[in-house]
Ligand binder design. Structure first.
Ligand SMILES: [Zn+2]
Length: 352
């Protein structure tokens, strides 16, 4: 079927990419018709969102639960000092930045934690899901959802100088790759390395994002047969590279073969310690809050400092803790890694 060509101005914008034989004018048109969800808009997610927005993917949904901080600026390429000073939610900061360099695509910012209760809603329209998270609970949730729905997703991770990525294509069944659970039936046990413990190079992030984005372009332009069918990892400091075969499902896999979706059925975690700082997220209270009312209620309290709010968040300091509350009832408590302390602050100032 003939594909309509991009308009003259769109052609100009994407001319260098259209010149690339792997994309061409018809591939560019397909990108414009595509919808991609990016889960996590931290370092990898910001780089991937920037690449795909500039490449002309027509619809991007950016899902992130976090706010921009100064320690993000070393590697999170869509954010600037003003975003950190204002504690702008990352999904919204990324949306606003993308609008400055490509206003012809649609970007939907979702300030939310992806959990079993909202995963179907948030990912419904996406043709492809890109994992840019920093935790395995969300990745196993994505894997369950993607296998259940027969949707492709791309795992990507970066830590230290190391990047790893894998394409998971669950359908059609006779061409399916391995899923995440085929290779790793359970999430890693015990402490997992994070940016907090191992540090991270911006270049490792950008490598993971570049590979993930290039694989996404192959899929979105209708060339899934060109996609890599391995788990690839590369250490930029030692130049060591490894690949693990992932070309076909494990016949014993409980997820893609037996279709048991325990992560999709599971309840949300009661609290999470976030990557990148000394903080705990409380998200067990899934009920909308009026930030304006909360602001009025907190204003007279003498121990509360630096209280401010806007439609996206409310923020204040109390002693050594900084507390950020979102309209969906979620809160970030900075200055502790103790869930009990975070819970007690939440109950006291926001409600139980
Ligand atoms: Zn599997």
């Amino acid at each position: 079927m003939p594909v309509p060509l991009p308009s003259p101005s769109e052609h100009e914008r994407y001319s260098r990419q259209i010149l690339f034989p792997g994309i061409g004018a018809s591939g560019q048109q397909r990108l414009g018709d595509a919808s991609v969800a990016i889960v996590g808009v931290g370092a990898t997610g910001a780089a991937t969102a920037s690449l795909l927005a500039r490449a002309g993917v027509g619809q991007l949904t950016l899902i992130d639960r976090d706010i921009v901080e100064t320690s993000n600026l070393q590697r999170q390429i869509l954010f600037d000092e003003a975003d950190a000073a204002a504690a702008t939610p990352k999904a919204e900061a990324a949306r606003a930045k993308i609008a400055q360099f490509n206003s012809s695509i649609q970007v939907h910012a979702q300030i939310a934690d992806l959990v079993p209760g909202n995963v179907h809603d948030l990912l419904r329209g996406a043709h492809l899901i890109l994992d840019c998270t920093d935790n395995f609970e969300t990745r196993y949730l994505l894997n369950d959802y993607a296998v259940e729905q027969g949707k492709p997703w791309i795992y990507a991770a970066a830590i230290g100088a190391y990047a790893a990525t894998m394409n998971i294509i669950p359908a059609p069944a006779d061409e399916a790759t391995a899923c995440l659970a085929c290779l790793f039936p359970a999430p890693p046990a015990g402490p997992v390395e994070t940016c907090d413990t191992s540090g991270i190079l911006g270049s490792a992030v950008n490598l993971a994002a570049s590979i993930q984005s290039a694989e996404a372009l192959k899929l979105l332009t209708g060339q899934p047969q060109l996609m890599r069918r391995t788990l690839l990892s590369f250490d930029l400091w030692t130049s060591q590279r490894s690949e693990i075969r992932a070309s076909a499902p494990d016949p014993a896999c409980t997820v893609c073969q037996q279709r048991r979706f325990v992560h999709l059925a599971g309840s949300a975690r009661p609290h999470i310690t976030l990557c990148g700082r000394n903080s705990v997220q409380i998200h067990e209270h899934h009920r909308p809050l009026s930030l304006a009312e909360l602001h009025q209620r907190l204003q007279p309290q003498a121990e509360i400092e630096s209280l401010r709010s806007n439609p996206l968040l409310l923020r204040f300091r109390r002693g050594a803790h900084q507390i950020t509350v979102f309209p969906d009832g979620r809160a970030l408590i900075q200055g502790t890694t103790d869930p009990a302390v975070a819970r007690s602050l939440y109950a006291r100032f926001i409600g139980s």
